[in-house]
Design a protein around this ligand. Structure first.
Ligand code: MG
Length: 222
């Protein structure tokens, strides 16, 4: 059997502005005239998410409230650093979950569905492996991705963040021995190096090397 393990964010879909854009949206709506740009926000979100501590494994099936609670201090600190008054910062941090998971803000890349379907027709089965928030299934459903995937491995649910080898082993565990499997993603560290360390060949897309996904996979098929 042939399997493709896909990253989601930055590979198949995206939220405009990602996390920094989410905080900017909140500033725009709650503090008009704040004068900050997305570039001012980015440095404050470069650490503190679960995937930045990928060496730690969390318990599986953590309640979503607990997951978001773990990020509250990070968002509060970011808003404080951006000049939001101390009395207001925790309140704005509490708005991030709703804003980030607003499914109408999520998009697929133009070629995502056609590539997935073309590869399905060639006999590849799709599995998703993402470092993401607990609401990922709602986002996938909204984007029409859900029916195209055999299974979804979300770090918020499994407790394992890429590139930790356990994240990849969990996926391999559901496949029959000797399966033909490739990882496809946009992150050299989380997707490519992580997969290769777990013995899975990997293809970098949309990042430094923007190769055509279908051409590469067909050419590499054993
Ligand atoms: Mg990605």
């Amino acid at each position: 059997m042939n399997y493709l393990i896909w990253d989601f964010d930055g590979t198949l879909g995206y939220r405009s502005g990602m996390w920094s854009g989410t905080l900017l949206d909140i500033l725009e709506s709650r503090m008009p005239g704040h004068g900050r740009t997305i570039d001012d926000i980015r440095p404050h979100l470069r650490s503190g998410f679960p995937w930045h501590n990928h060496h730690l494994i969390n318990p599986p099936d953590r309640p979503a409230d607990e997951w978001w609670g773990g990020c509250h201090a990070l968002f509060t600190k970011a808003f404080l650093a951006l000049g939001v008054p101390p009395a207001e910062a925790p309140r704005l941090a509490g708005l991030v979950r709703h804003a980030y998971t607003d499914v109408t803000r999520w998009r697929l890349y133009d070629d995502t569905l056609s590539i997935l379907d073309a590869l399905s027709a060639l006999g590849w089965r799709h599995i998703l492996l993402s470092n993401h928030v607990p609401e990922l299934p709602l986002i996938l459903h909204h984007l029409g991705l859900e029916p195209r995937f055999l299974s979804v491995f979300n770090s918020a649910t499994t407790g394992c963040e890429k590139p930790h080898p356990s994240a990849f082993r969990g996926v391999l565990d559901v496949m029959e021995p000797g399966a033909n499997v490739w990882m496809i993603g946009d992150s050299m560290v989380a997707d490519i190096r992580g997969a290769e360390a777990a013995g899975i060949p990997a293809i970098l897309v949309r990042g430094e090397d923007k190769g055509g996904v279908i051409a590469i996979v067909e050419g590499s098929r054993r």
